[in-house]
Design a protein. Structure first.
Ligand code: BDR
Ligand code: CA
Length: 319
């Protein structure tokens, strides 16, 4: 199996996005993936809530605590530290009810130690903002050649897509400096962006059938998904009512053991940083000129949505 570190801003169970939770579940369920370490980051929710909710989910999934430590990560983006997420009251109430993160340990450091102890072995799967990974690169630049691969859910490359009323993609515009540091790191990296992740979805029918499953995780995940699908109507008023939720992060995990689910193109990509309106936007070089800039990453340009659906749902039924 491919040994991975999963870096997440999981918020499943807080009435928020559910895809990080499904990504964790898929990484746990897929026998071709070995989950070595789970780290959390400020993103969809504040890092404390993300850590609590990840602990809750790892308990529900019965992830072995010794084999897969949980380590808390960055509390703010690299710049503009006021952009920290605000904890949700009902999450703080869950504090202490689930497994705890490793005391006194920091995600970036745990990543460095694990990667340096296993050179060439570890794939880092990033499904939140890239703050922890950029910090790990600063702490120990030798990880650049020791990481096997980075698989990132992030970015939007083939159109001006908006999420959260901002141009671009959440994991990038939440910490563009970190994302840019990762892009320029020369670590082999695959970016699975919104262009493809919006094509893979969990429907209300899927959520209903999960709710009826005997598994505790499936019931919880089905309920959380149904709540979130309904909530999207409140969050995006005026848009046609959505009856499904995109599985952004699970697609990145699926592409670890089944890279062939996506088609890729090598690309030279940059990210706008600084205090400007276009902060967080990505510039992917798509011109086919005779002397193109050197690619710094691989970008997913197409997805076998049906193939993903079969892969994903068949594993969810085993949980
Ligand atoms: C990304 O942002 C989050 O809302 C999702 O979990 C995913 O990682 C999609 O833009
Ligand atoms: Ca995420």
């Amino acid at each position: 199996p491919t040994r991975i570190i999963l870096d997440t801003d999981l918020s499943m169970g807080a009435g928020a996005d559910v895809d990080d939770g499904f990504a964790l579940a898929l990484a746990h369920a897929d026998p071709n993936i070995q989950l070595d370490l789970v780290t959390t980051v400020n993103g969809n929710t504040d890092v404390e809530s993300a850590t609590i909710l990840t602990g809750v989910l790892m308990d529900r999934l019965k992830v072995n605590a010794e084999a897969t430590p949980l380590v808390r990560g960055a509390e703010t983006p690299m710049m503009y530290s006021e952009k920290r997420r605000i904890p949700a009251a009902h999450v703080s109430a869950m504090k202490g009810t689930a497994r705890q993160p490793v005391a006194g340990k920091y995600a970036a450091l745990a990543m460095v130690e694990h990667i340096m102890a296993n050179p060439g072995e570890i794939t880092v799967v990033a499904i939140g903002p890239l703050t922890n990974i950029a910090t790990a690169i600063l702490l120990e630049p030798r990880i650049k050649t020791a990481i096997k691969e980075l698989v990132i859910m992030g970015g939007v490359f083939f159109g001006s897509m908006y999420s959260h009323n901002k141009p671009g993609e959440f994991n990038v515009f939440t910490d563009p400096e970190a994302a840019r540091a990762v892009l320029y790191s020369s670590i082999p990296q695959r970016w699975i962006g919104l262009d493809v992740t919006l094509q893979v979805r969990l429907t209300m029918e899927d959520a209903d059938s999960l709710k009826k499953s005997p598994s505790e995780f499936a019931q919880f995940a089905g309920q959380a998904s149904a709540t979130y699908i309904d909530y999207q109507a409140v969050r995006f008023p005026g848009r046609p009512k959505m009856t499904s939720v995109p599985m952004h992060d699970p697609l990145a995990v699926a592409c670890v053991s089944k890279p062939e689910l996506c088609e890729y193109r090598d690309m030279a990509v940059d990210i706008v940083t600084g205090d400007v309106k276009s902060r967080g936007m990505m510039i992917g070089d798509r011109l086919e000129l005779p002397d193109p800039p050197k690619p710094n990453c691989r970008v997913a340009v197409g997805v076998n949505a049906e193939g993903f659906r079969n892969h994903f749902l068949s594993f969810m039924q085993t949980l």
